[in-house]
Design a protein around this ligand. Structure first.
Ligand code: COA
Length: 170
């Protein structure tokens, strides 16, 4: 344990982050108050057909973290199994955010499968703040596509980039 009571452990917060929202940022900040090292791991998941490239998604998160002065939060990307990435980083903790009750089934399945694949890991679930409990990256993209206001849910840089992407798609 350190003076602050935090254990010297690395926690990995995985996701597609297409794009990062204030809901994710809230989870990152809270995880960074608990753990000495937090890695935000952006999944290079082509199946989800992300609108932003892996480089763009990583860059948005880097810019957000730079502003918050949190040196113990690192941003990275990974492909393949999450547990293999954890092994590579010598990490044993996965952070997940739980928004609503319907997230529970998926999180339970993820946590159980990840533990089967790598028994040494623990999944730590943080309850999403109420004000972000209903948002998801897809919902943000849908609202932006239809011209709705998303300023309460994503950083300014993301709004601009989304507008540009959507213009190009037209
Ligand atoms: N605030 C706002 N939105 C949130 C949120 C929060 N706190 N937590 C989750 N969400 C949103 C996400 O943006 C995502 O939205 P989308 O589906 O519209 O893109 C949705 O809720 C689901 O989130 P999540 O379950 O974290 O999905 P994801 O696609 O972001 O991440 C991985 C899933 C990458 C963690 C998972 O697929 C994975 O581990 N992949 C690696 C391969 C692997 O190991 N597979 C076996 C797993 S057992």
């Amino acid at each position: 344990m350190t003076d602050t009571g935090k254990k010297e452990k690395t926690a990995v917060y995985p996701g597609t982050f297409d794009p990062i929202t204030y809901g994710h940022i809230d989870i990152i900040k809270r995880a960074s108050n608990i753990f000495n090292n937090v890695i935000v791991a952006v999944a290079d998941d082509r199946e989800k057909n992300p609108i932003f490239t892996i480089e763009e998604r990583v860059s948005f998160i880097k810019n957000v973290i730079k502003e918050s002065n949190k040196d113990h939060v690192k941003i990275d990307s990974f492909s393949g199994l999450l547990v293999d990435y954890l092994k590579e980083k010598n990490a044993h903790i996965i952070i997940r955010g739980l928004r609503v009750f319907t997230d529970f089934d998926r999180e339970f399945a993820y946590a159980s499968m990840n533990k089967k694949l790598f028994p040494n890991i623990e999944t730590v679930i943080l309850m999403t703040s109420e004000k972000f409990s209903f948002i998801s990256s897809s919902l943000i993209k849908e609202v932006a596509t239809l011209g709705g206001c998303i300023k309460d849910y994503v950083p300014e840089e993301v709004i601009k980039a989304l507008k540009e992407k959507l213009q190009k798609k037209k």
